[in-house]
Write a protein that binds this ligand. Structure first.
Ligand code: OAD
Length: 241
């Protein structure tokens, strides 16, 4: 499991830090049985996420995009947080200043109990009206297609940040400020190619943080970080505490 010396060093850094930021991606939920986006199991029918998670795809064929989200809802509703999600709740309670930034929309971090959290790509259990902008929680599985806004009857869309769309400025500011001011940045289970999260490792390094990566495979972040631990999130992250 990972390199023992690297695990020990990161463990000591985390224990000593008063300020920790964590960035997670689909890899942390892979151990809960949620397919990642870029792995072999990430495909739905013959589509790639990049072709469905866009405003253009939704404008062209809202039914297709909702069918994809229904497939993901059906899958995620049966999944639970794993040891890595729970370990991060533990870490949040131990560290004076803590912020968790996740690119995941599956809601497994809040389900585990994380509170100091930005879901920068949104949440699959929230919907937004494409006409009046109303945001609400909707846990229907499957959601009847086409879903309609309870207030204005407009077409509802997933409350998710799609490719080509901007992140919420409050989430963004909070995340950048956590990354720039942390003593330790821990990056778990992300391929490190989707911005802005892809830039967090170098930003934190430039600001003087100790940066660590936990991933099954090497990523573009591996070259940037102080320690890279290869292994499964559910094995490595709990061992860091
Ligand atoms: P990816 O699917 O691109 O990458 C998942 C990463 O997790 C890969 O680097 C894997 O090596 C790693 N991995 C897989 N299983 C693991 C395990 N058990 N333990 C540790 N690591 C593991 O997912 P993201 O980087 O999260 O956007 O993708 C970023 C964004 O692109 C997503 O948020 C999504 C997607 O399109 C939206 O939905 C808007």
């Amino acid at each position: 499991m990972g390199h023992p010396a690297a695990v020990q060093e990161l463990k000591a850094r985390l224990a000593a830090a008063r300020s920790v930021a964590v960035l997670t991606g689909a890899g942390i939920s892979a151990d809960s049985g949620v397919p990642t986006f870029r792995g072999a199991d990430g495909l739905w029918r013959t589509y790639r996420a990049e072709d469905l998670a866009t405003p253009e795809a939704f404008a062209r064929d809202p039914r297709l995009v909702w069918e994809w989200y229904n497939w993901r809802r059906e899958l995620i509703v049966t999944r639970s947080p794993n040891a890595a999600h729970y370990a991060l709740v533990d870490l949040e309670r131990r560290v004076e200043r803590f912020w968790l930034i996740t690119q995941n929309v599956d809601g497994l971090h809040p389900a585990a109990g994380s509170q100091k959290l930005s879901e920068i790509h949104g949440n699959i259990w929230k919907v937004r009206c494409s006409q009046c902008g109303h945001v609400g929680t909707n846990r229907a599985v499957p959601i009847p297609i086409p879903p309609r806004c309870p207030t204005c009857n407009g077409l509802l869309r997933p409350h998710i940040v799609w490719f080509g769309e901007s992140l919420d400025p409050v989430d963004l500011e909070r995340s950048f400020s956590a990354v720039r001011s942390c003593e330790v940045l821990l990056i778990v289970g992300t391929s490190g190619i989707v911005h802005p999260a892809a830039s967090f490792a170098s930003l934190a390094k430039e600001a003087g943080a100790f940066v660590a990566e936990v991933n099954l495979d090497p990523t573009p972040n591996t070259q940037v970080v102080d320690v890279a631990i290869q292994g499964r999130a559910k094995d490595i992250v709990p061992a860091l505490l």
